[in-house]
Design a protein around this ligand. Sequence first.
Ligand code: 26Q
Length: 833
Amino acid sequence: MKAPKFESNFYRPFRLEPLSCDSAELGRNFKHYWSYHLGRFQGCAPNYIYEALAYTVRDRLMVDWRNTWNAQLEPGARRAYYMSLEFLIGRSLSNHLLNMGIKNETEQAMLDYSEKLEEVIEEEPDAGLGNGGLGRLAACFMDSCATLQLPVMGYGIRYEYGMFRQYIENGYQKEAADHWLQNGNPWEIERIEYSQLVQFGGHTEHVTDDDGVLRVRWVGTDDVVAVPFDMPISGYRNKTVNTLRLWKATATDEFDLAEFNAGSYTEAVRAKNQAEDISMVLYPNDSSENGKELRLRQQYFLASASIKDAMRVWLRAHGEVVDFRRFADENVFQMNDTHPTIAVAELMRLLIDEQDLDWDAAWAVTSRCMAYTNHTLLPEALEKWPVFLFERLLPRLLEIIYEINGRFLRIVSMKWPGDVGRLSRMSIIEEGSVRHVRMAWLAIVGSFSVNGVAALHSQLLRDGLFHDFFQLWPEKFNNKTNGVTPRRWIAHANPLMTALITEHIGDGWIADLGQIVRLKPYAEPGQEAFQQRWREVKFANKQRLAAFVAEECGVTFDPAALLDVQVKRMHEYKRQLLNALHIVHLYLRIKHGRFEHWVNRCVLIGGKAAPGYRMAKNIIKLINSIAEVVNSDPDVQDRLKIAFIPNYRVSSMEIIAPATDVSEQISTAGKEASGTGNMKFMMNGAATIGTYDGANIEIMEAVGAENFFLFGLRAEHVDAMRHEYRPWEYVEQDEELREVIDLIRCGHFNLNEPGIFDPILDALLSPHDPWMVLADFRSYLEAQQAIAMAWRDTEKWTRMSILNTASSGFFSTDRTMLEYNREIWKLTPVQPK
Ligand code: 26Q
């Protein structure tokens, strides 16, 4: 089957005039879209106001978008492709306004129609095309690449349904579908002319051609059309607009017709649905969903469509006569975790079967094009696919994987003759009753670069999980500590702090966060006026958050209290339970009248549990149950308030981070690859209470141990203790821990639902608890007490807050992207024409 051809070969060049961004012109254009285009008038639903404004703003990105594209297409220029099953981009409107520098003009334009820009911005649904850290990282990377003018394009999937919407009923998490495209997506441009066919199923035929060369044809396949939708990614005030290309799956016309002619109309429609299912829904990060066929379809769909598209772009840049042996000179693919790593085999297939390269030439290209980022050490999170699934769905790719593995194992046995243990450990195919393809192994073998996402994590990869591979190819392994974009996470989310900082050190820090270190002198004595204003900014942000919490949870937060926050996906290794135990401890102190060094606290917790993750869902119930008892106990008053924020997402973090005083980063050491929420909080002047884990370590080194509340076991102790872990001993030896456990056990928080928290207590007290929650309880309590002491000294706390922001320069994704570029991609920045 041939790909549909839509591209036109002739057109007349014409000039595109840049559109004016003065408020009158913005207003006229807005009215045009609102009334003439959308057919809406005063009194319409507010989402149409947003839509009309989005079109108005998008128009003003178009010329720069085209110019960026044209400049990056120059033959000879290297390009990178960031391949990811997730891009958690959140809202776009305010982000573009900030990058284009037209917020004031737009505000004025909207006021002329009696619309408040702030309220219009709130109408935009989050593009929730990701689970959490990994997906948001991809979005921050895209932002920084555009700001640094790096020729990087994102490839992802345009899920019809993003991350599920979470709501709470009787304390329990409930899930609802997130139909984010319901009202259309004004940012995307459908480019049907660049559609690609993706094959599934069928079988292979091995034939010798007239020149005596062995050829493989993959035939009898069910094909799906991948249609690209482009989203603009604007750089900060630099006229660069990069592209995020998201694929939608649709049925082929041929397929439908064939079935229809055979007289089975309903069968044809069913087949059409099966094709379109591929881009229907984002998989929540849920180990109970492991091994699902549809997920593998998604992965191959993304990998195949993207690689074909990149090859098409490259051909076009060179005017169609190119030697594919040079493909690696100008193209590099960064694979976001193992999710898209079938791309290794797909590139091999395209080079061999379609571009006629021999194996060695194809391998030379592939292994110079591919780079792999790992985001987890948890063994249960490592992707494996049953061989029988591959056989049925991607028979040609399985053959190629076998060949890659055969040649690879030859290298291994040359280096370690007779070491069969090592051979079976390193084989891409895991033997057993059901054989599996190990995706991380395929990624490492096929890539020239393998990186972790924080210094400790990269070290643990080299020493542990990937040790065999590190011994074979030490030069492949490197670290790229994560970051977050300061545009969204400071300039947009925290306009008050942004104004205060800019007043004192200028605005260069927004595109060069290293400059934020110039705030340090303002933390010193003699700068009391600045420090007073710093506190006022934090207070105003806490008022904004308190209004949000009141609205979303019906809980009243006092902005004068210490605001202690843990927001992230719900997972046992992240130890929301440790936080819950501390809350119960504080509650008991109130009940017993033990108020020594007391500080009033508001604790905010939020995060989604994977729908099939029972323990994580039960922890949400526990937190809500504790909150209900604590918040309604007349003895407690303003001393302690607990809220669980439903449906935690990118746009809620934009309100939460600027308000936070204490950032909870309390994972079991060695388990959190990096964390990125920790960086957002730090930038916004929060102090961290954290374990020696992930990027926490680098945060502490940057800000100084005296401005960081460290506690708990180190990774090596966690591993060493594993076999002699006796959690009940901590309970026996620690009276305060005992009373916490006893209070939960006696049913104080679940009088009407007896026994529901027993599984949690059993897990905490099990010698097999992999997260060792109770081992860190005492140390955590002491760190929390140190926080209370520090908070009571307002000047000291302010200093710590300023120093956190001032020391956050390293954690900008601009720095991260410069490192990826210097050490992996080697691109030259491109100025739009
Ligand atoms: C796998 C198979 C089937 C369905 C879903 C998945 C799946 C989806 C998403 C597996 C994992 C994820 C997401 C992982 C993730 O977000 N990891 C986080 O990545 C961050 C960015 O590097 C780190 O900061 C965090 O430490 C890490 O947990």
